[in-house]
Design a protein around this ligand. Sequence first.
Ligand code: NAG
Ligand code: NAG
Ligand code: NAG
Ligand code: NAG
Ligand code: NAG
Ligand code: NAG
Ligand code: NAG
Ligand code: NAG
Ligand code: NAG
Length: 413
Amino acid sequence: MERRVILYVLVLTVSVSVNVILVRRLLVEHDIRWFHIKGRNGGSGLSERTTAWQESSSQNSSMDEQVIKPIIEEALRVTPKNSIETTSETRNKKTNRNGTLATHSSVLPEAVSTEHPQAPWAFNVTAANRFRAELEVATMTLKLFVMTQTNVKLNGSVKYQTGTGYFNITKDLYSWLPREQLFGYKKYGTCSVVGNGGILLNSGCGKKIDSADFVIRMNLPQMKMNYTDDVGKKTNLVSANPTILRDRFNSLRSNADKEAFINYTWYYQDAYLHISAFAYEVFTKLSFSGYETIQNAKGKTTNASMVFGHPQHLDLATKFWKGKYKIKERRLTSGLYLAGTALSMCRETRLYGFWPFDQDRQGRELTHHYYDNVTMSARHVQIRQHAIPEEYAVLRGLHDRGVIHMTTDRCSS
Ligand SMILES: *[C@@H]1O[C@H](CO)[C@@H](O)[C@H](O)[C@H]1NC(C)=O
Ligand SMILES: *[C@@H]1O[C@H](CO)[C@@H](O)[C@H](O)[C@H]1NC(C)=O
Ligand SMILES: *[C@@H]1O[C@H](CO)[C@@H](O)[C@H](O)[C@H]1NC(C)=O
Ligand SMILES: *[C@@H]1O[C@H](CO)[C@@H](O)[C@H](O)[C@H]1NC(C)=O
Ligand SMILES: *[C@@H]1O[C@H](CO)[C@@H](O)[C@H](O)[C@H]1NC(C)=O
Ligand SMILES: *[C@@H]1O[C@H](CO)[C@@H](O)[C@H](O)[C@H]1NC(C)=O
Ligand SMILES: *[C@@H]1O[C@H](CO)[C@@H](O)[C@H](O)[C@H]1NC(C)=O
Ligand SMILES: *[C@@H]1O[C@H](CO)[C@@H](O)[C@H](O)[C@H]1NC(C)=O
Ligand SMILES: CC(=O)N[C@H]1CO[C@H](CO)[C@@H](O)[C@@H]1O
């Protein structure tokens, strides 16, 4: 049967990442080598130095145990009686694969309509708690999600997620960091994690998305009024890929570029913009510029804040997902990264806009993003470092087990 390659496309938008060519170009464009220390053998005295994370884990491993032990205990506790669970039998009935997906049936992993009355779906609290605990132990979201004055040390260094470089934690950077982790383990009841897939257009899911306690979006998506019915308008955390600052805001070179960026953050209200400043060395300076731009305008022309993702967290999350599910890809998408992070932070994680197919179940042609007019097939050529179908299958599996919920259809009003 002919499998359509269109799959290599995506909903999750491009991640925390750029390709090598872009990296090289930027390295030349911005002379920013001085910003980081070279690798261990690069003669910068790094042999006696470790990352802040390594330091803290060796100096006080009891702290990790103290954090994690109750998590595990709680996960293993008996499921409360009043939790609603459907049987996996009910859930796994492939009732609605039928009909609507003729052309894709060979590649769709159970395209279950989550709104379908014949397949009542409910969170499996036991399964969710177990998976959350496993994920937390492996990725330490509670401790490491964003860089804080607790998980890095002044005059210490962090290791870049990619490559061998280190970055010294200067006084300035240190002063920019929040004192403690802002996003706790199971801190929120429900979270919406919003991918940018074309499936959201005309979905009517806006109200449902906004009804969550905490709304996570990715890659600074378009939030114009036009889309509110479909994607909502509430945002608590949004990832800001440095490539967006480069491509859409001209690397924040001029004041006009900065103003345009600040202006654009209006849509995110008082959200945290999460930037991976230490995934690639070439983007650190631009990320700092983003931070300063926001900070200078804060309370005046923007209410948003910027936080730096901890590269160690990104690294651990990458290892967890790739290792556990044998996903072969260069980089995780921000979709899977943030969905996993939400799983740690939220009791109930609901995903929207994750749908890597070029049609919906009714055969409607979908665009790549809900806000653009780019067809999936035109886009897929450009996305090579991610394994979107595999990631989708992983999330689908978690949905089927009641660990997360995926909405992949229109929302009934
Ligand atoms: C380790 O962490 C625990 C809990 O935060 C704290 O009580 C203890 O004093 C710490 N020990 C050291 C050596 O820092
Ligand atoms: C919920 O998940 C647990 C752990 O995976 C499993 O043992 C149990 O059968 C599930 N319950 C239902 C109703 O599916
Ligand atoms: C960090 O380094 C600066 C300059 O080298 C020094 O003045 C300061 O005391 C150091 N701070 C700490 C906490 O090590
Ligand atoms: C980083 O810190 C180390 C040790 O304190 C120092 O030798 C090195 O020059 C620093 N690098 C930068 C870029 O400031
Ligand atoms: C809504 O979309 C139309 C085109 O579809 C556009 O002309 C208009 O400017 C948009 N309005 C807003 C508020 O973005
Ligand atoms: C900022 O937004 C306002 C209102 O949407 C608009 O009038 C103004 O031109 C924008 N400024 C920039 C620099 O984009
Ligand atoms: C910031 O928040 C305040 C209080 O909600 C609001 O009045 C103001 O308009 C907001 N400013 C911006 C730039 O969004
Ligand atoms: C999207 O592209 C199609 C085909 O090029 C065109 O007919 C349609 O008007 C475009 N829609 C928008 C919103 O730009
Ligand atoms: C419209 C359609 O495709 N109907 C199919 C639904 O599934 C049954 C059993 O799998 C098929 O026999 C129908 O043809």
